[in-house]
Design a protein around this ligand. Structure first.
Ligand code: SF4
Length: 292
């Protein structure tokens, strides 16, 4: 029987998430009478956050909350410079779990924005990573979420611009915006391709699978930027696409009516969740004969 549930090999935890959770696990293991906080959610997945909440890890968004001797872990998608400075002034232990790819984007912005008149950031307005990236800009910055918003910006043809992206944005859209920007401006622009490899790989594989199936499931937290982007990318190639967090959201009748379904997951989705949904889809599909 041909495979009828196409599961993306890239689905699940990326390097940055694994590193951050590894640091948190180690901190929990080593703690002795110490409160552990994360500044913002360590990653964007409700099941993972519940697991750590049951282990006593608390999420804060206030630098004054921890007391002397407590530990604060900086989330995978980083914090604004000012927050980090305020935390470092306190008598607390700080563990930086910022993903190396986000850290690299922050430092690239810091370096290149000083050579530019204006920074253009392709990212989500309210995303914590974007707030962090903006804090590293040494020049005025414009933020836009999509091509439409980019086209609405008033740009000076002779200005020196630097284009950068949130690490989890749509790569195809970023490249097309970069091409458009080059045509609009007279001076050379600095293009910082800061979309991480994990995002690139997941998006390419999602596009490949979405083009072959009748229905596609994208699994991950609804507040996860990279999962939302995967969903948006998949929907362009497979209109019958759903963003789900758990298998309870799957309608078996809808799946049973398909000859092939696709499954992918964001970079913060645990393997157990992906496997459980994969098994469930296989069960539903096996109830239907391949020739039906
Ligand atoms: S999605 Fe990319 S930037 Fe975000 S944690 Fe994973 S590797 Fe890092």
């Amino acid at each position: 029987m041909k495979e009828r549930v196409l599961l993306a090999e890239s689905a699940g935890f990326c390097m940055g998430v694994s590193l951050a959770l590894g640091k948190l696990d180690q901190a929990i293991k080593n703690k002795i009478n110490q409160n552990i906080f994360t500044y913002g959610p360590i990653i964007h997945n409700p099941q993972v956050l519940e697991y750590y909440s049951n282990k006593g890890v608390r999420i804060i968004d206030d630098c004054l909350k921890p007391r002397s001797g407590d530990m604060v872990i900086i989330r995978a998608h980083g914090v604004p410079l000012l927050v980090e400075e305020q935390l470092r002034k306190r008598n607390i232990e700080i563990l930086d779990a910022t993903c190396p790819k986000v850290k690299k984007a922050q430092l690239l912005i810091q370096k290149n924005s000083y050579l530019s008149d204006c920074l253009l950031i392709y990212g989500e307005q309210d995303h914590p990573e974007v707030k962090g990236l903006l804090s590293y800009a040494g020049c005025p910055a414009y933020l836009f979420e999509n091509t439409k918003e980019f086209r609405e910006l008033t740009l000076m043809p002779t200005g020196r611009y630097c284009l950068v992206s949130q690490t989890t944005q749509d790569r195809q859209e970023f490249l097309s915006i970069a091409r458009e920007l080059k045509k609009k401006l007279e001076k050379d622009i600095i293009i910082l391709d800061t979309i991480c490899d994990a995002t690139k790989d997941r998006q390419s594989e999602t596009i490949e699978i979405a083009g072959k199936v009748e229905c596609m499931f994208v699994v991950g937290g609804r507040n996860s930027g990279n999962t939302r982007r995967l969903y948006q990318v998949a929907r362009k190639y497979c209109p019958s696409c759903l963003h789900i967090e758990t298998r309870d959201e799957i309608d078996p009748e809808k799946v049973a009516g398909c000859s092939k379904v696709g499954l992918t997951a964001g970079a913060s989705t645990p393997n157990e969740t992906i496997q459980s949904i994969h098994q469930y889809l296989m069960q539903i599909m096996s109830r239907k004969s391949p020739s039906a």
